[in-house]
Design a protein around this ligand. Structure first.
Ligand SMILES: C[S@@+](CC[C@H](N)C(=O)[O-])C[C@H]1O[C@@H](n2cnc3c(N)ncnc32)[C@H](O)[C@@H]1O
Length: 478
């Protein structure tokens, strides 16, 4: 029988939590910033305190330690039941999104609104709806102020597009057009990824498809009964709304989590006047838009599928009038599996592109870029999650020539990869498996892809150990 007493571990975890709270308190003492309460609505500006690097790191330690404590303390069968039913939370979030609950509750303030009134615009059954909102409130998303009366809080207000309910009902297709598009990402996750994920077990155990890396033999294909890849399927006329939402998800979702993360980890300021950045599979060009704001010396080509480029033209015309006309940015329909046009390219940028494709397809993309690269000029910036193992990693491979590639593991008793604080990247990894037969990669996997495609991985930037979507792998041609 195992006689290890978990009390010592609980005390060590409690000490991590207490020390981290003290760090937050000290960091904020001399500033005018307050640590945002769950009761106050979310705005990017009100996250300023949490964005201070030591506060962010302390917060990550608290998340890791608290989740580990819960895993120790709750009876194991109950923990497993709770985890196995997480799908209900995804479903409830989707219901809150499509009933526009956050927008309806915006004007109700902390007094909140009775569920009968929240349910009216979408004619949802109020009794059933209250139960959905109660599950969310029990997980700190909305507050049940009094029986059946709900109010927004910080987490639920993340769903709020800022639009009036009349505007949304009049043009539901345009719900996520506007400055706040975080809900578009949550709708993509709960409307496309959730059904795909639920088909994954069957696909994984299928004697053929379970071993395939084809991007159209996936759980998504089974769930949506199609032979098309997700991007081909998005291009069908009947999926135009979903595709527009996905494009907004890539823009608004990522930016709301951490705006302008593109500028960190690569010295864009050092690129001389007139340097050309090509954003390959760049969506509507949101990363180049961030770069254009900070680095006026750069010019851009945003490449994507033709439908996406049409959206991109609208985006750039409204955000940066004149940039298209002056040639500062070119929006170009280009298939990234095809050869690149010859140009003097300073940077090829690939953000959230390689994670959509299995290795074979990534190599085709990378080789096409390598063929168009100038060994004296061109760098490759891959902006993707970089995963660690959940155990110590020593002796896995040779990274000594790669600047910044060593990542300090968490100290015991925390898991070396910080466990729950970093779970989102691991969850995206399975989402990629479900949607595309693709994956988030470790630094060694990136290194291997580069080696096989004529690139050399020279530098890695992880950013804060708890930040989602900051890491970059930088390569040069060999
Ligand atoms: C996950 S999104 C990332 C978009 C953008 N890089 C960003 O970070 O917001 C992947 C992009 O790849 C594009 N894409 C898919 N297949 C493509 C292809 N064959 N050629 C060019 N772009 C493609 C999609 O349209 C989509 O915009």
């Amino acid at each position: 029988m195992d006689t290890i007493d978990a009390l010592l571990e609980l005390k060590a975890l409690a000490a991590i939590i207490n020390d981290s709270i003290s760090t937050i308190e000290k960091s904020l003492k001399d500033s005018s910033l307050i640590y945002p309460s769950l009761r106050a609505p979310f705005t990017p500006d009100s996250e300023a305190a949490r964005s201070i690097p030591e506060v962010q790191t302390a917060g990550g330690h608290i998340i890791s330690a608290a989740a580990q404590m819960i895993a120790i303390v709750r009876p194991p069968p109950l923990t497993m039941i709770a985890h196995a039913q997480q799908f209900n939370l995804s479903t409830a979030i989707r219901i809150a999104l499509i009933t526009h609950t956050a927008e309806i509750l915006r004007g109700a303030g902390i007094q909140g609104m009775h569920v009968q009134d929240i349910a009216k615009p979408t004619k949802t059954d109020p009794t059933k709806f209250a139960r959905v909102l109660r599950l969310l409130a029990t997980n700190h998303i909305f507050v049940e102020v009094s029986p059946d009366v709900f109010a927004n809080n910080r987490l639920s207000s993340v769903l709020d597009t800022g639009k009036s309910i009349d505007e949304i009902i009049a043009s539901p297709d345009k719900k996520h057009d506007g400055p706040t598009a975080f809900g578009a990402l949550l709708e993509h996750l709960t409307h496309e990824v959730l059904p795909a994920s639920s088909a994954l077990p069957d696909v994984l155990l299928d004697p053929q498809d379970g071993h395939s890396n084809a991007p159209n033999k996936t759980a998504f294909n089974k769930a949506f009964n199609t032979d098309l890849t997700l991007f081909e399927w998005f291009n069908l006329p009947e999926n135009a709304r979903r595709m527009a939402r996905f494009n907004r998800a890539m823009e608004g979702g990522a930016n709301a989590m951490a705006p302008d993360t593109i500028i960190e980890g690569f010295d864009w300021g050092k690129l001389p006047d007139g340097s050309l950045v090509i954003d390959v599979g760049g969506g509507i060009g949101n990363q180049c838009a961030s770069l254009a704001e900070h680095f006026p010396q750069l010019s851009f080509v945003v490449q994507d599928q033709v439908h996406v480029i049409h959206e991109g033209v609208k985006f750039w015309k409204s955000k940066f009038p004149g940039h298209i006309e002056s040639g500062k940015v070119i929006l170009e329909a280009h298939d990234f599996f095809a050869p690149q046009p010859a140009r003097n390219v300073s940077v090829f940028l690939l953000r959230l592109v390689l994670h959509d494709w299995p290795d074979s397809h990534c190599l085709t993309i990378l080789r096409a870029l390598r063929a168009a690269a100038d060994p004296e000029l061109t760098k490759l910036v891959v902006f993707d999650n970089i995963l660690s193992y959940a155990c110590p990693e020593s002796g896995l491979g040779d990274l000594k020539d790669v600047r910044g590639a060593e990542r300090a593991p968490a100290s015991a008793p925390l898991l070396p990869n910080f466990g729950h604080a970093n779970t989102i990247a691991y969850s995206y990894d399975l989402s990629m498996m479900s949607l595309f037969n693709s994956q988030e990669r470790t630094v060694l996997q990136f290194q291997a892809l580069m080696e096989q495609s004529g690139w050399k991985l020279v530098e890695v930037f992880y950013g804060d150990p708890f930040a989602v979507g900051q890491s970059k792998a930088i390569a040069i041609p060999v």
